[in-house]
Ligand binder design. Structure first.
Ligand code: DAH
Length: 380
């Protein structure tokens, strides 16, 4: 009888440890052994091969052989019951029902375990579609900076980096800001102590470069700057600038204008509308400011909002956005670094990188640059 019962089970099938799935397994095997020894043998072997199934397909195959409705050994044995005596029938029937129920439990437990394994991290499901690798990219401001560096490299400029924590003397003094001059107030400075500040612009780089080197110079100074600003759509207390400095004999305002035009067309397109207006900076004379028509309102100074028309939040209704400051290097700055203003002349310019990105892409809000929202950063 027992050999008969095991006939449907392949002796080559891998065996597992059912007690690890169902703690009561040994007790159940013992109960069956007392009730019906041949069935106990079937139960033990069936439990072992179910527990030892290595994947869902093997589990299915073993289920069919053991519990399948047509040819499963348990179903076949149940079909034979009527041929037995009443006595035999009662013991075998009870044992078969227990075998069926307990084998089913082991099968379920093994299936759940296989599914858990498949979901766990180190399991490899070769049928899953591949995951796209996460590819990063430079921040939009880094892209603008690199583009500017490329452009100025083409015009013969090299890069000079100067400290973010700067001496007051370099941030202001040697740049011809007289002590207690109101121009200092415009810079809303973060002081580290009386002599040391967080640089409020990248212009101090010129002083350091000129003290170190002899003319002619053609340099750009990219970097982060700090101002104790009231934060709004177009002001942050940290942002990025890039100054440029060209010092040589007979450098003129015409050279500056040509350079600024090359810059504006290259960065904002041939069609860009700009204007150059005179303005005061202590370190240049004459000083000027290059404006572009505001990218948000197109120069009109007003935008359509939720409730009709409103003042443009970026240019504050002016229609123009300041892109950079520029001018001819002040003789006092040359004197401060030991250059002879009778010998050399020079021009300089300084631009805000956020402003350029905002003008180029129509970004209405300067705070977006620092928020690290991938929905924003992913657009550039
Ligand atoms: N440093 C000035 C600022 O941050 C901008 C500036 C103006 C830079 C004129 C220059 C310049 O190089 O020539 O407001």
């Amino acid at each position: 009888m027992s050999r008969d019962l095991l006939r449907g089970l392949d002796p080559a099938w891998s065996a597992g440890e059912p007690a690890r799935l169902i703690a009561q397994h040994p007790a159940r095997a013992a109960e069956l052994a007392a009730l019906d020894p041949p069935l106990a043998t079937l139960y033990e072997r069936g439990a072992a091969v179910l527990a030892g199934a290595r994947d869902a397909a093997e589990l299915r195959e073993r289920h069919v052989a053991l519990l399948g409705r047509e040819r499963g050994v348990v179903s076949l044995a149940l079909a034979e019951l009527p041929a037995l005596t009443v006595e035999e029938r009662r013991a075998r029937g009870r044992a078969l029902n227990l075998t069926k129920r307990w084998l089913t439990e082991i099968e379920e437990a093994r299936r759940a375990q296989l599914e858990r394994d498949a979901e766990s991290k180190d399991a490899l499901d070769v049928t899953l579609p591949g995951r796209k690798p996460w590819v990063g990219r430079p921040h939009v401001l880094a892209q603008i900076r690199d583009e500017l560096l490329d452009l100025f490299h083409g015009l013969g400029y090299s890069v000079y980096l100067s400290p973010e924590v700067e001496l007051d003397e370099y941030n202001f003094g040697k740049l011809n800001f007289p002590p207690d001059h109101p121009a200092r107030d415009a810079h809303d400075t973060y002081f580290v102590n009386q002599q040391v500040v967080l640089r409020t612009h990248t212009s101090p780089g010129w002083v350091r470069a000129m003290e170190e080197r002899k003319p002619p110079l053609r340099l750009v100074f990219p970097g982060r700057v700090y101002r104790a600003e009231q934060v709004d759509a177009s002001h942050m207390d940290q942002f990025h600038q890039m100054d440029g400095l060209c010092v040589d004999r007979d450098v003129s305002m015409a050279d500056l204008k040509a350079t600024l035009n090359t810059f504006a067309r290259s960065i904002l397109g041939r069609e860009v509308t700009t204007r150059l207006i005179p303005i005061y900076f202590p370190f240049v004379e004459p000083g000027c400011q290059l404006d572009v028509a505001c990218a948000i309102c197109g120069g009109g100074g007003r935008v359509r909002g939720g409730e009709g028309e409103a003042r443009c939040p970026v240019c504050k209704g002016a229609g123009w956005s300041e892109l950079l400051g520029a001018g001819m290097v002040h003789p006092n700055v040359f004197r401060a670094v030991g250059y002879d203003p009778e010998e050399v002349t020079g021009f300089a310019f300084g631009m805000g990188l956020e402003r350029i990105a905002m003008a180029r892409y129509g970004i209405p809000e300067i705070r977006l640059f620092l928020e690290n929202d991938l929905r924003f950063l992913g657009q550039f």
